[in-house]
Ligand binder design. Structure first.
Ligand SMILES: NC(=O)c1ccc[n+]([C@@H]2O[C@H](COP(=O)([O-])OP(=O)(O)OC[C@H]3O[C@@H](n4cnc5c(N)ncnc54)[C@H](O)[C@@H]3O)[C@@H](O)[C@H]2O)c1
Length: 325
């Protein structure tokens, strides 16, 4: 089968590609197990060489419909639509966010519709679709009330994916991801960048500035569990998704203070001493609007899993990314 990942050079895109190549198969549109014969990665920046003949790397802009028509045809069985500009960037540049996070999503769905073969489309949404006065634990029925352009663009794309699925144009699955932590590498422009930075930088011996208060509660998922959930979300039988194509993924609910305590429990007191708290109202305004937990009963019933605790997330980061522990 032929699989496409948009944003295939990104953080989750590269990890998903590696996992799919190692696994070698997915459930096809006919509900049969199919070997992955081609994995196309499209991104604005070139994805690395995976050294695998099944991989096709395309560098291009998914906001150009011609580019989407080049990578999607009637043989494209599954699309993991990950390409996006992150929350801070979409807030700083309204037009860019609309173009990539909304217009390109609609174009992608329209190109699928024109092909007429109902491919599976897995779309990564976010905690940012919620906002305003929220219950302590957000329910599936809680109204979407995004407080950022990014969250608004994700919410609109979610609705489109649901309707294009209802109309039979695609077989869509919206997976609402908690904030991913611990993300390796450099800080990015996501408002939630600190949720990785306050663990990653101190473990690398560097100082970290936390822009929010220790009492802020976050809903988090490790990169490994996120990738497992994307694949598990793909594998759910369409018949099990009756009513809604949107699934709130499991996560762990922790305050920033509890994250720092988990860091100390796993790595001792030295890393946490490198964290200082300097409020950044622009970041606080966005992340304070996000839920600190949501009910993931439906996701769990559908076979999706999160992490055991934030300590286990820190441990996994140290083992997998730093090669220690
Ligand atoms: N990481 C998180 O905490 C998190 C949380 C919730 C949702 N998500 C969503 O998951 C998805 C993947 O996130 P990520 O952390 O890997 O982000 P990322 O920024 O690392 O990857 C996104 C990729 O999309 C590419 N891209 C952007 N615009 C493009 C365009 N016009 N054409 C082609 N490629 C383009 C970027 O170059 C980048 O490589 C995104 O949709 C994001 O909104 C991520």
């Amino acid at each position: 089968m032929k699989v496409l990942i948009t944003g295939g050079a990104g953080f989750l895109g590269q990890r998903l590609a590696r996992k799919l190549l190692a696994r070698g198969y997915l459930t096809g549109r006919d509900d049969m197990r199919r070997d992955i014969t081609q994995l196309t990665l499209i991104d604005m920046v070139a994805a690395p060489d995976f050294g695998d003949a099944r991989v096709q790397v395309i560098t291009g802009d998914i906001a150009e419909e011609a580019m989407l028509r080049q990578v999607i045809d009637r043989d494209t069985d599954s699309i993991f639509h990950l390409a996006a500009v992150v929350s801070g960037q979409a807030e700083a540049d309204f037009d860019l966010g609309m173009r990539i996070n909304l217009d390109a999503s609609r174009s992608l769905l329209d190109v699928c519709r024109a092909c007429g073969h109902q491919p599976k489309v897995i779309f990564t949404s976010s905690v940012a679709v919620y906002g305003g006065r929220l219950p302590v634990v957000v329910q599936d029925s809680t109204a979407l009330n995004p407080q950022s352009s990014y969250g608004t663009q994700k919410a609109m794309s979610e609705l489109l994916l649901n309707d294009y699925s209802r109309r039979g144009f695609v077989d869509g699955r919206v997976l609402r991801l908690p904030t991913i932590s611990v993300r390796p590498g450099k800080p990015n422009q996501a408002a939630s960048s600190f949720a990785s930075g306050i663990i990653r930088e101190p473990l690398g011996g560097e100082a970290a500035v936390c822009p929010v208060s220790p009492s802020l509660r976050l809903w988090l998922l490790s990169p490994r569990a996120a990738i497992d959930a994307l694949i598990a979300g793909h594998e759910i039988a369409a018949a099990a998704l009756h009513g809604s194509r949107t699934i709130n993924l499991p996560g762990v609910s922790v305050t920033v203070g509890e994250m720092v305590a988990a860091l100390t429990a796993v790595a001792g007191p030295a890393p946490a001493a490198l964290i200082s708290f300097v409020a950044n109202p622009a970041v606080e305004r966005i992340v304070n609007s996000w839920p600190g937990a949501w009910d993931s009963t439906r996701a769990i019933a559908l076979g999706l899993r999160g992490d055991d605790s934030f300590e286990s997330i820190v441990r996994a980061y140290m083992e997998e990314e730093l090669g220690i522990l």
